[in-house]
Design a protein around this ligand. Sequence first.
Ligand SMILES: Nc1ncnc2c1ncn2[C@@H]1O[C@H](COP(=O)(O)OP(=O)(O)OP(=O)(O)O)[C@@H](O)[C@H]1O
Length: 257
Amino acid sequence: MQAETVIEVRGLTNRFGANVVHEDLSLDVMRGEVLGVVGASGSGKSVLLRSIVGLMTPSAGQITMLGTDVLGASAADRAAVSARTGVMFQDGALFSALTVRENVAAPMRERLGVDAETRASLADLRISMVGLPPEAGDLFPAALSGGMRKRAGLARALSLDPEILFLDEPTAGLDPISASAFDTLLNSLRKALGLTVFLVTHDLDTLQATCDRVAVLARRRVLVTGTMAQMRAVDDPWVQSYFNGPRAHAALAVAGG
Ligand SMILES: Nc1ncnc2c1ncn2[C@@H]1O[C@H](COP(=O)(O)OP(=O)(O)OP(=O)(O)O)[C@@H](O)[C@H]1O
């Protein structure tokens, strides 16, 4: 079966004044894969994610998502594509004045023509899918631990039953046990829901545990894509120090690789 490209980025350029972050960057994301996006701090991983999900307008280039040219599309078409995706930000980006259940239900208000009671039941389903206890739905974000906040952010990203999930540093700030539990959760959700996942991370354990392919951002573009094993053979100093450094070896040893 021919693999389907669900995100196609071509000729992407992003600059902030004199700071050129991306220049003629290209990337494909295939349906059903978990793609890890790595790169040094400041290489433009978050800017790439924000460009794809429409939170910022790139300086130049073309982005096709789920068959729609998102930069050229009408606001209504962009919103329709956006409703088929979910984004989880590093800090969860939850509304502090809303309970977890209300946070998870918030995207449904606009997009789903269902009453408040149904929205609450659907939100509770998402809350249980991410492994939070039922009582977490009544809590406000301030009452959650870091790990619970990540899960609540994930539940909200799953609110509209998305095809593509964007995760920005999902395990940052978590202790190793919680991070590993998050990896396991991501793997099981991805299987159960048939998700495509665009995962920005620095976490080698997460890459090893969850990703089918990795894309390395360097020198303003996607320098290389491939499996973790392929990364170890790439002749580039940053790629070598990242994928063949002591931390990478530790991650591989744990994974039995
Ligand atoms: N709104 C903005 N205005 C000006 N410069 C910006 C803006 N957003 C990002 N940048 C710049 O773009 C570059 C890439 O930032 P980005 O946050 O995408 O990096 P990153 O690879 O995600 O880094 P990290 O791993 O540290 O999170 C940085 O030089 C940053 O200062």
